[in-house]
Design a protein around this ligand. Structure first.
Ligand SMILES: C=C(O[C@H]1C=CC=C(C(=O)O)[C@@H]1O)C(=O)O
Ligand SMILES: [Mg+2]
Length: 464
């Protein structure tokens, strides 16, 4: 005799199998329950032994909603160039017959992941696991809401021919293992070297691009570069997340594992947030260092707020984002002036843009907005051409949309700057800067150094 603690959960679980049996299609079963409060990072770490390579993490700056995912009920490997529509269609199709017992607002089936920056760029070998889009529906997803309440969503794909009791028992076993796991302290991994990839070539290419801007070929382009870090062993994303959480609480903190690789970072830049009919985007461009004293910091802030070069860099982003959102929103509110956003190492010009919309899916907004001139340039097409020509590297998911999406089409995406790729005993860290007519190669280079600092520090290194 099989002993099974049959609950309401099991009855609906069986229903999902019945639907799968009849339709001959996989059917998602998704159930959420409130659980004892748990630190999402502890949950992420607990997932390591069973689900290494299939974990995800997302935290917004206000910790309104934090997700930690362990295991994959379904991975969406997006290969199509039109990656936003491809994911949208696959997600809708996948949810068609789903049986969902949703508990609270940020729970239920949620996919987490990101897209490539530019599908037309030749793929770098280090980005091999990520395709044009990589999203995971976690088998076990922890949600921690703004009040600190914790919810566990369990997602199972039910297939024709499978035995409901067997699948249920296996899921219960994994759940118990995950929630009861004690986490050991992480082994120290040392940085052997940090190498800036072709910094001199990057500076000369930037100077050449400024000349093209002065010849009116385009108005702005963001040029990025890469730093390669070597460790004496594999660096675990858990320890990096821990540092980013301590250091970068004003940022979106994310980690997406794809087998042996992991894309991880702490970005201050929201692309779009959608909840029901409300959307919010933020324009972030124009930068200056933090001061060493409070006085100096305020002076730097004032200087940034009145600096023509930086205001120009910023205004181009506000213009493009406002125009793009106008097409998708019935009402839009755009402040006249930027304000400062201060992070540990850097301060930026910041303009929030809010709108009201009738559109169903956040992916429509992602498609319309990416790449904004904070990461691409303007005119977009010309800027992308120049990035393809001038940058020696493949950006992969750097500077591209990363985030999450739920069954209602709501979600939040940020642009993945201040980020890096973990691959084997290496990490590749990225930073870029907005190049405009008044740009100077040396100061743009210095700006990228500042932007690299949080990730270099988080992997255990230093950079000047
Ligand atoms: C492209 C990056 O930053 C963008 C976001 C904020 C400020 C920027 C700037 O001032 O150049 C960039 O547009 C990066 O950090 O890699
Ligand atoms: Mg700049």
């Amino acid at each position: 005799m099989r002993i099974l603690h049959q609950s309401q959960g099991f009855t609906t679980f069986e229903q999902a199998f019945e639907i799968a049996e009849k339709s001959n299609q996989p059917v998602l079963y998704s159930k959420t329950m409130e659980i004892e409060a748990i630190d999402p990072l502890q949950f992420y770490e607990a997932g390591y032994s069973i689900f290494n390579g299939e974990r995800s993490y997302w935290q917004d700056p206000k910790s309104e909603c934090t997700y930690a995912g362990a295991g994959s009920a379904k991975t969406f490997h997006i290969k199509e160039t039109d990656r936003f529509n491809a994911l949208s269609e696959q997600w809708k199709r996948f949810l068609k017959d789903a049986v969902i017992e949703k508990g609270a607002v940020w729970t239920g089936p949620v996919i987490l992941g990101g897209f490539s920056f530019d599908p037309e760029k030749n793929k770098g070998a280090e980005w091999g696991s990520f395709n044009q889009g990589h999203f995971q529906l976690p088998a076990f997803m922890l949600t921690v809401d703004q009040y600190g309440k914790s919810f566990l969503t369990v997602n199972v794909v039910c297939n024709k021919g499978e035995h409901a009791v067997t699948v249920w028992n296996q899921m219960q076993k994994q759940k118990a293992a995950l929630l009861n796991k004690t986490v050991n302290s992480l082994k120290d991994v040392n940085v052997l070297s940090i190498k800036e990839c072709q910094p001199l070539e990057w500076k000369s290419s930037l100077t050449a691009v400024v000349e093209r801007i002065n010849r009116d070929e385009l108005e702005k382009v963001v040029l990025a570069r890469k730093v390669k870090v070597e460790f004496d062993d594999r660096k675990r994303s858990d320890s990096i997340l821990e540092k980013l959480r301590d250091d970068q609480s004003e940022s979106f903190i994310f980690s997406f594992e794809a087998g042996e690789s992991c894309f991880i970072g702490a970005t201050p830049e929201r692309l779009i947030k959608k909840y029901k009919n409300k959307v919010l985007s933020t324009c972030l461009a124009g930068s200056i260092a933090r001061g060493k004293t409070m006085n100096e910091d305020q002076e730097f802030g004032k200087e940034l707020l009145s600096d023509e070069k930086n205001l120009g860099e910023h205004e181009i982003v506000v213009r493009m984002i406002s125009q793009s959102l106008e097409d998708l929103c019935s009402h839009l509110s755009v402040p006249d002036q930027p304000v400062l956003m201060k992070m540990r190492d850097i301060q930026h010009l910041y303009t929030p843009v809010e709108g009201i919309t009738e559109r169903d899916s956040i992916l429509e907004f992602v498609k319309k907005l990416h790449p904004t001139p904070a990461l691409g340039g303007t005119p977009t097409h010309k800027a992308m051409e120049i990035i393809r020509e001038e940058e020696e590297m493949d950006r992969g998911f750097y500077a591209a949309p990363v985030g999450w999406l739920n069954a209602e089409g709501d979600g939040e995406f940020a642009v993945a700057i201040r980020s890096g790729l973990l691959s084997g005993k290496h990490a590749y860290l990225y930073a870029g800067c907005g190049v405009v007519k008044d740009s100077d190669a040396e100061s743009e280079y210095q700006e990228t150094l500042i932007k690299l600092r949080p990730m270099v520090r988080a992997v255990g290194g230093t950079i000047s």
